[in-house]
Design a protein around this ligand. Structure first.
Ligand code: ZN
Length: 95
């Protein structure tokens, strides 16, 4: 896992932030992007733009980002999505 991923893993205490479980069958822990790395390259290595999830939980969130992932993020880290989008829009993150 990258340094970015390791930071995310440590922050989450090596538990899935979606369901609270540790690693298990179909539930290897992965660092996942909130705003996709493809569409948001400036946020690719920003640990705020990340959560730790088991593979099955990651897949479930990615299957419905707008309807499932983003509301979950908003309840867990209120205001984070708006903040990241604003910083990206204003070019603060471009380096
Ligand atoms: Zn999980």
């Amino acid at each position: 896992m990258s340094a970015w991923g390791e930071t995310v893993r440590l922050r989450a205490g090596n538990r899935c932030e979606v369901c609270g479980r540790g690693p298990g069958p179909d539930h290897d822990l992965e660092a996942a992007h909130i705003l996709s790395r493809g569409a948001h390259p400036a946020l690719r290595e920003d640990v705020r733009n990340a959560f730790l999830a088991g593979r099955s939980c990651h897949r479930q969130m990615d299957s419905n980002r707008k309807g499932l992932l983003w509301p979950w993020v908003e309840s867990k880290w209120p205001g984070l999505l708006d903040l990241l989008r604003r910083e990206e829009r204003e070019g603060i993150l471009v380096r």
